[in-house]
Ligand binder design. Structure first.
Ligand code: ZN
Length: 321
């Protein structure tokens, strides 16, 4: 059973586009049990990133009214999908697809947090504070390679209040896309495990979207988890978008590094399916059994279980109480 840290299927459906990676008819057969389904309000520029080394400009902020309206539509899109909804870790079941309602970027949350409780009541259980753009709470990293994630200022007062409120309600706080100063502010503020739903190791691929060893250590210290992102440009040492030449070994390289240096309890999957260009050797959810087979050659059965679903379940259980 695979519980996954990030997918963008809702955005595709909202746009009326066919899925590229997650076929809901066959995904459960491939062991995909769902995970974090992102509600993401698109930026002004969008589409596949150019071949790297690249430096995309920072995306513009999205106003609250626009974000609130689009997020409402995205949520309705998710509600219309044939998937169950997770509000406790026990809701995930083999052979079923279960969705965690996740906002990727908190633009649809009012900066006085007045609608946060309402969203919680409707099933919101995870918030990525930012996408790669500034908002009322923090600043996301622009996409750059090679570059460090220390790209701007930290959490605003509203950002700290958001982290505290999420801790209290039992909403998971996700630091993927957040810049480094914001990351350390979350570490300082949060009383729950620190989670990067879809990021990789910066020492293996020097993208701003990946975490430095110091950040990875902080994730470990908090009892948190990093979901390994299958996006080719966040995996490869050269940062190139060469999906045909990228094998499963590039994913395994990041899993091995995280497990070896920071412990088997802190690594999971965060595929970025239907939101990123992934290795041709994987293809999509249909390739998950092949990836799990490669891990079985390298890890004990209980360790493979932790990577594929156990670590996510542990963190969800610790956060949603
Ligand atoms: Zn993302």
């Amino acid at each position: 059973m695979v519980i996954d840290g990030h997918n963008d299927l809702v955005l595709r459906r909202w746009r009326g586009e066919p899925a590229k990676h997650i076929d809901l008819e066959t995904a459960a057969e491939a062991g995909f049990a769902g995970g974090f389904f992102a509600l993401y309000v698109p930026s002004r520029y969008d589409g596949d990133p150019p071949s790297t080394p690249y430096a995309m400009p920072m995306a513009a902020a999205v106003p609250f009214d626009e974000a609130a309206r689009i997020t409402e539509e995205l949520f309705e899109t998710l509600c219309a999908m044939p998937v169950a909804r997770a509000e406790t870790a026990a809701d995930f079941r083999e052979g079923e697809i279960t969705a965690i309602v996740h906002m990727e970027g908190a633009e649809a949350i009012a900066d006085d947090l007045s609608n946060l409780q309402d969203w919680y009541d409707r099933g919101l259980r995870s918030i990525g504070i930012v996408w790669s753009r500034p908002n009322a709470f923090a600043e996301g990293v622009p996409f750059k390679f090679p570059a460090l994630p220390d790209t701007g200022s930290g959490l605003t007062d509203a950002g700290r209040a958001l982290v505290r409120a999420c801790n209290e309600l039992g909403i998971l706080v996700d630091v993927s896309h957040l810049n480094e100063r914001g990351f350390w502010d979350v570490v300082e503020t949060s009383t729950r495990p620190i989670v990067a739903t879809h990021s990789n190791a910066h020492s293996l691929c020097a993208s701003t979207r990946n975490l430095t060893d110091a950040q990875l250590l902080a994730v470990r210290e908090s009892g948190g988890v990093v979901g390994v992102n299958f996006a080719v440009t966040f995996l490869r040492e050269d940062g190139m978008n060469d999906f045909e030449a990228t094998g499963l070994d590039e994913i395994v390289r990041h899993v091995d590094y995280l497990a070896g240096r920071f412990g088997i309890d802190h690594v999971a999957f965060g595929s970025d399916f239907d939101g990123a260009v992934v290795p041709a050797a994987l293809g999509g959810v249909s390739g998950l059994p092949r990836l799990v087979d490669v891990l079985r050659e390298r890890y004990e059965p209980d360790e493979v279980d932790k990577i594929t679903h156990g670590n996510w379940l542990r963190v969800l259980d610790a956060t949603w109480r």
